[in-house]
Design a binder for this molecule. Structure first.
Ligand code: TXA
Ligand code: MG
Length: 315
């Protein structure tokens, strides 16, 4: 049976950090901000702790988790880095890039983290709270987005509370996240960089730094990206895309100058829109409207990742 906790939001600071690290060492998951979205972190070397993440999220356990590290040295103990992987890590870490790499046999990671795959997804985040928690607990931290499986990812502590209240003990609060979309996920291969999930690090940036062509989508003969389920980021209401105005009973999420209920970026700035996207979907979900409509978003730069999440929200 699933225990019920009283969930506390604690402002990030040295005392809250120490408490969070104690919970991690005791095998408890803790919600913590990263620069992309809030994650639900637990000791990646402890199978019971990893199982507690799956239980709190209600996530199918065939879906592997991203392991977060505090420095390149920790990363090197967990996975094999090819020259391409090294170039990408050098250029984009710390930051919003996740690398899917062959796991080392002596990594010490719980097999649950990889859900049976021979690879592990690694990220060295830039956010000081997540990095401090990894250092303070002395463990690599497995962390999916801190929301119930299948719902919208959290970019604020209140989003985590709304989704996981009673399922976890503690949420470290450090305000809204800066990027607003989950990290870009790639599998570096010998002759290409496979893009498994678009995100803040764009295909053009990867190609330039990795010096190899970027290929989109999973290679079904080799790697599976089971998290790329179509319905992954869905609000509880129907979502209509490319809307130019609100129909009756619709909550319109706008972009650029237009009449709407909430605007992702009145200046039509795609980075700003990415940072505001999930909060806007949460607001539409909480509104009295029956449906959510979203204005067209240009499919360039980080707009590719925004449209990826919107297609899933509408699926
Ligand atoms: O920005 C982010 O990436 C956030 C923050 C908390 O770091 N985390 C996040 O985790 O979005 P999650 O669990 O919601 O998404 C992890 C994705 C899933 O789609 C999963 O299938 C994929 O990573 N993944 C994990 N390990 C993999 C592997 N070995 N091979 C292929 N895909 C993998
Ligand atoms: Mg997620």
């Amino acid at each position: 049976p699933n225990p019920v906790f009283s969930t506390r939001i604690s402002r990030y600071g040295s005392e809250a950090l120490r408490e969070a690290a104690l919970l991690i060492r005791a095998g408890e998951p803790v919600a913590v901000p990263t620069e992309t979205v809030y994650g639900l972190a637990a000791d990646a070397t402890d199978s019971n702790a990893v199982a507690a993440i799956y239980a709190a999220k209600g996530r199918p356990s065939f879906n592997p988790l991203i392991v977060h590290v505090a420095d390149q040295e920790m990363a090197g103990r967990l996975a094999e880095f090819s020259p391409v992987a090294d170039r990408l890590a050098e250029r984009f870490w710390p930051g919003a890039l996740t690398l899917v790499l062959p796991a080392r046999a002596d990594s010490g990671l719980s097999p649950l983290v990889m859900a049976g795959l021979p690879t592990v997804a690694l990220r060295l985040p830039a956010h000081p709270a997540m990095r401090a928690l990894i250092r303070e607990s002395g463990r690599p931290l497995a962390a999916p987005s801190a929301n119930r499986s299948g719902s919208i990812s959290p970019t604020r502590a209140e989003h985590v509370m709304a989704s996981l209240n009673g399922k976890i003990r503690m949420i470290l609060d450090e305000g809204p996240t800066s990027e607003g979309l989950e990290s870009t996920i790639v599998a570096p291969e010998t002759d290409c960089i496979r893009l498994l999930r678009p995100g803040p690090v764009t295909a053009a940036m990867l190609e330039e730094a990795g010096m190899l062509p970027v290929v989109t989508g999973a290679d079904n003969t080799k790697i599976e990206a089971p998290g790329q389920l179509e319905s992954h980021y869905a609000p509880s209401k129907p979502v209509r895309l490319n809307a130019l105005k609100a129909e009756k009973n619709e909550y319109l999420i706008g972009f650029g100058l237009m009449p709407c209920h909430v605007n992702l970026s009145p200046d039509a700035d795609l980075r700003e829109a990415a940072a505001h996207l999930f909060a806007a979907l949460h607001m539409g979900d909480a509104s009295a409207a029956e449906r959510i409509a979203v204005a067209p978003i240009p499919n360039e730069g980080i707009g590719v990742a925004i449209n990826d999440r919107l297609r899933r929200a509408a699926a």
